[in-house]
Design a protein around this ligand. Structure first.
Ligand SMILES: Cc1cc2nc3c(=O)[nH]c(=O)nc-3n(C[C@H](O)[C@H](O)[C@H](O)COP(=O)(O)O)c2cc1C
Length: 375
């Protein structure tokens, strides 16, 4: 493991929670029980968002197969689709696991992820029990795009800003000032709307993004969509490399709209350079889920080295200093046209300044450009 991950060089404080480094496992298979979470921490990850859990009587039945990959012409996996639901484990088992993990790694951030139906008592019970079992923070899953929306949960809530605000408020009321991040769905026209609703409900930050609704392909031998379950499929969530440009844009939109609001950036992070880009776009922590699924937990060592090298190269003393640095270089398309016209005019004026250039264009206009007082 790279020593940079734990020696404080990459430490950052998010909503009062100290992260030894900004790299967090995103909710999903790499955080599905204490065994894998402990493996992630042993590899050096600064935090883990546990696989989303709900109260035990919420029915969760997964299917097989439930994943699909998109390959580049060279054969690398560039996109990944899943139709997996939230954790199918009883919540009581999660309470035992949270305690185990926190005892083993007290210096790492353990973030519970919760999802429930539209019921104040259930959200508050789940949240309180997660904190009592040792979670340092909570992520509210308003974003699972498949399966759960059919029953009014996940993205069905995330696409309803009034619900995002209300449910966030319910959880914040029992959080005792601990960080609460509402996880945003990208399957919406303007992600700033639910992000503002989360802030209005008292969230200390948002996580963005969950997966993008997709279908990974059609099997051309039998003309069935994949992943195929008993000859049929359903639209699922798209992740990994291919979604990074969309995730970066959405993180940037939220960051520009609500400067200083915490964003845990996620979507297509595969290496240190990707993580650095999310920091530059305004995220103050960076998650990866499909990355560790396809590359292994050890990828975090390269992430640490990669971010540290880029920080040194660009003279950033702390991770916090990187956060949002590139937002200043975004503008409207109209402004880009103006900038380009101004640059062209400046260049023409500069050319007219050299004796060899005189007379190539309108001689009188060239002379006029060099006059400081126009009377
Ligand atoms: C197989 C799989 C299962 C997932 N399960 C959850 C989940 O239970 N809760 C959740 O909030 N996000 C879940 N996600 C979404 C990821 O946490 C993440 O938001 C998304 O995959 C984009 O990031 P990535 O490209 O790093 O994977 C899952 C993703 C995958 C690939």
């Amino acid at each position: 493991m790279s020593s940079l991950l734990t020696d404080g060089s990459l430490a950052v404080t998010v909503d009062g929670m100290r992260l030894v480094n900004p790299f967090i496992i995103g909710s999903g298979p790499p955080s599905t029980n204490a065994t894998v979470i402990n493996k992630a921490f042993a590899a050096g990850w600064g935090g883990v968002v546990a696989k989303t859990t709900s109260l035990t009587d919420t029915e969760v039945v997964n299917v097989q197969p439930r994943y699909g990959k998109l390959h580049s012409p060279a054969g690398d996996a560039i996109g990944f689709q899943n139709i997996e639901l939230i954790s199918d484990r009883p919540f009581e088992d999660w309470e035992v696991d949270f305690k185990k993990v926190k005892d083993a790694y007290p210096d790492r951030a353990l973030i519970g992820s919760i999802m429930e139906c539209y019921d104040k008592g259930r959200w508050q019970e789940l949240a309180s029990r997660c904190f009592a079992a040792g979670c340092d923070a909570l992520e509210l899953n308003f974003s699972c795009p498949h399966g759960h929306p059919e029953t009014g949960m996940g993205a069905a809530m995330g696409q309803n800003p009034a619900m995002v605000e209300e449910v966030t408020r319910w959880v914040v009321a029992v959080a005792g000032g601990r960080p609460v991040w509402s996880k945003m769905t990208p399957n919406i026209t303007d992600i700033r709307v639910p992000a503002r609703a989360a802030k209005a409900g008292g969230a200390t930050g948002v996580s963005a993004i969950n997966t993008i609704l997709s279908t990974i392909g059609i099997n051309l031998k039998n003309l069935r969509p994949t992943p195929t379950v008993e000859g049929h499929s359903t639209f699922g969530g798209y992740s990994y490399r291919a979604v990074k440009p969309i995730a970066l844009r959405m993180v940037g939109e939220i960051a520009m709209d609500m400067p200083g609001f915490s964003i845990s950036g996620i979507g297509g992070v595969t290496c240190g350079a990707d993580a650095f880009e999310f920091l530059l776009m305004g995220a103050n922590s960076v998650q990866s889920c499909t990355g560790p699924m396809l590359q292994g937990f050890e990828m975090v060592s390269e992430m640490g080295e990669g971010v540290a090298t880029l920080m040194q190269q660009h003279q950033f003393a702390t991770v916090q200093a990187v956060v949002g640095h590139s937002l200043q270089f975004f503008s409207t398309h109209h402004h880009l046209v103006e900038l380009q016209a101004a640059k062209k005019a400046a260049k023409a004026a500069e050319l007219a300044n050299r004796d060899t250039e005189w007379g190539k264009k309108d001689f009188v206009a060239e002379a006029g450009q060099l006059v400081s007082s126009k009377e």
